[in-house]
Design a protein. Structure first.
Length: 87
């Protein structure tokens, strides 16, 4: 199964969902996008972007380097849902 979700690290404190989506939608349609925030609403330095197509996610890994001048750390998020065990 191809990965569609990218972990976006090294985001600035001021990062917003809207700007993150704007940057990543230059590659292709973004299905879901969000910045993780603390209780004070400040960005915790990371977020996630999910594309409809795995090819767009792979292209973003190669082409997107920064968020308004701040260098980003991008990795594919390969988390799989755990199967429920019958006990």
């Amino acid at each position: 199964m191809a990965a569609h979700t990218i972990f976006v690290g090294s985001l600035p404190d001021s990062a917003s969902n809207e700007r993150l989506e704007e940057i990543f939608s230059e590659i292709g349609p973004v299905k879901k996008c969000f910045v993780v925030r603390d209780k004070g609403k400040k960005c915790r330095g990371f977020g996630f972007v999910t594309y409809s197509m795995a090819e767009d996610a792979q292209r973003a890994l190669k082409e997107i380097k920064d968020y308004d001048g701040q260098k980003l750390s991008l990795t594919v998020n390969n988390c799989l849902k755990k199967k429920r065990r019958n006990l």
